[in-house]
Design a protein around this ligand. Structure first.
Ligand SMILES: [Zn+2]
Length: 277
């Protein structure tokens, strides 16, 4: 066995088929969970990792799984999901219209921050070219991977203002991006906590099989229901405390989330309630 075939078979084993020709791969960097949906001749990659180097690694692994024409979708604009886009050009790169806007507006600053935070691999980020999606939509889009249908939905604001849910109807598999988090508490820095429960409610309407989170292990519908209950409790808490004239600090001890996540969530929730977001 040559080294290359050994390493390729090892990488191929890192991809798990969670439903017929629907694959997921977890990466150590940022604990991100990447998806690949293989159709008849065409394939759809769900998210592209955090840099061009990481994306090239991803691209070579994808080629071990299938040889069809590759399309890409970004679940949202965050760096760990969309900064590898350039590597896949000239592919169609799908995303919400706000994903493209946010990448253009915030991408360059995020790259500088990443390079500063990881000086040992700063070059990896300074060499990365921000590439917004070239196929955008507002509410939903339908793709044909050969004869296999895939739906892209924006169910409303939640983790960001541009979250996309990828649905593979023939096997009831969905990719939730960071609307669902298994590896830790949800991430609230760019979030809309007052909208998130409603958005997750719409996601649940199509969750009849495996749900792939943006980070961590594949979950089931009941896990999403639990996360929805916590998000709904947080939104209700923010509303009640603000109505009583209280502050984020007053609400913090009552939150269903750990303190750091809860603080971000409550700051964003109070800003939404004040009409600032
Ligand atoms: Zn995110």
């Amino acid at each position: 066995m040559t080294f290359s075939s050994h390493s390729s078979s090892r990488a191929a084993r890192m991809w798990r088929e969670i439903a017929d020709r629907v694959y997921v791969r977890r990466f150590l960097e940022y604990n991100v969970t990447i998806g690949l949906i293989v159709g008849d001749g065409d394939m759809l990659l769900v998210d592209t990792r955090a840099s061009e180097r990481q994306a090239r690694e991803l691209q070579s692994e994808v080629r071990w799984i299938g040889q069809g024409r590759l399309h890409v979708v970004n679940t949202h604009h965050h760096f760990d999901h969309a900064f590898g886009n350039f590597v896949f050009l000239p592919a169609d790169i799908w995303g919400h219209e706000r994903c493209a806007v946010r990448l253009r507006e915030d991408g360059p600053t995020a790259l500088v921050a990443l390079a500063a935070a990881t000086p040992e691999i700063a070059l990896e980020y300074t060499e990365t070219r921000i590439t917004p999606p070239n196929k955008t939509f507002r509410d939903s889009a339908q793709l044909q991977l050969g004869g296999r249908k895939v739906e892209l939905h924006h169910f409303g604001r939640g983790h960001t203002d541009n979250d996309v849910v990828v649905v593979v109807p023939d096997v009831h598999a969905i990719f939730a991006g960071d609307l669902v988090e298994q590896a830790g508490p949800p991430s609230f820095e760019d979030s809309y906590p007052m909208d998130w429960p409603g958005t997750l409610g719409r996601l649940l309407e199509v969750a009849h099989g495996p749900v792939v989170p943006g980070h961590g292990e594949v979950v089931t519908r009941s896990f999403v229901e639990g996360q929805l209950a916590d998000l709904a409790a947080l939104a209700q808490l923010a509303r009640r405390v603000r109505f009583d004239g209280g502050s984020v600090t007053d609400a913090l001890p009552l939150s269903p989330f750990p303190p750091v996540a809860a603080r971000h969530a409550l700051i964003r929730a109070f800003a939404q309630l004040a009409g600032e977001l």
